[in-house]
Design a protein around this ligand. Structure first.
Ligand SMILES: [Zn+2]
Length: 202
């Protein structure tokens, strides 16, 4: 809380009303010194005086604490705008993540394919061949887990029955039968199992 700003605001509002510090003190049954202390940002009016002070100066308690007149409508608009911007940013990020998933998936598949082809065709010791195949399998499993994680957190799944949109658990994503990104899962809201599609917007 900015005491100096609040002090200046009290002083400004008092002058706008055309009353002196003594007038205000008299109206509030306190000393001029107290008013001077508030206006110099030394302290705040106590709770019981605050309500009367706001009434005299024709401001809200919220205005007093902010040290300025707060336009509620403007505030709501700002909040709405910020929420909308945040949603847009999340959607954009999710979209990028899902593209990234496809790119990583393709690169991994090509790499693994190349490793396996090399293991079969190139002249090398058997143990090297097995090692290459093991590395390929390990890579597939690890990248698979990362990609499933992306699919879990980017965007939402939409229940085909009640159209509830939600983020499933990592386990649910992993055990669900799927076709592309569409997965057969149980909806946490209606409890029915259906083929659920991935959607970006809530
Ligand atoms: Zn449902």
């Amino acid at each position: 809380m900015d005491l100096i700003k609040i002090g200046k605001f009290i002083s400004l509002k008092r002058k706008e009303k055309g009353i002196t510090q003594s007038d205000l003190a008299e109206k509030l049954y306190i000393t001029d010194r107290a008013i001077s202390k508030w206006e110099n940002g030394i302290c705040l009016p106590d709770a019981s005086t605050m309500i009367d002070l706001c009434e005299i100066l024709n401001i809200t308690i919220n205005d007093l604490f902010c040290g300025e007149v707060v336009d509620m409508k403007e505030n709501e608009k700002k909040l709405e705008y910020n929420l909308l911007e945040m949603t847009k940013q999340k959607e954009e990020k999710d979209r990028q993540l899902l593209h990234f998933e496809i790119v990583i998936g393709i690169i991994t598949l090509l790499f693994v394919f190349a490793l396996i082809i090399t293991a079969y065709l190139a002249p090398m010791d058997d143990w090297v061949k097995y090692l290459l195949i093991c590395i390929s399998l390990l890579l597939v499993v690890m990248v698979g887990l990362v990609l499933t994680k992306i699919e879990q957190v980017a965007g939402y799944y939409e229940c085909n029955c009640c159209h509830h949109k939600y983020i499933p658990t990592f386990l649910a994503i992993n055990i669900a039968p799927h076709f592309g990104r569409t997965r057969h899962m149980k909806c946490p809201k209606c409890g029915k199992k259906s083929w659920q599609e991935k959607v970006i917007s809530k």
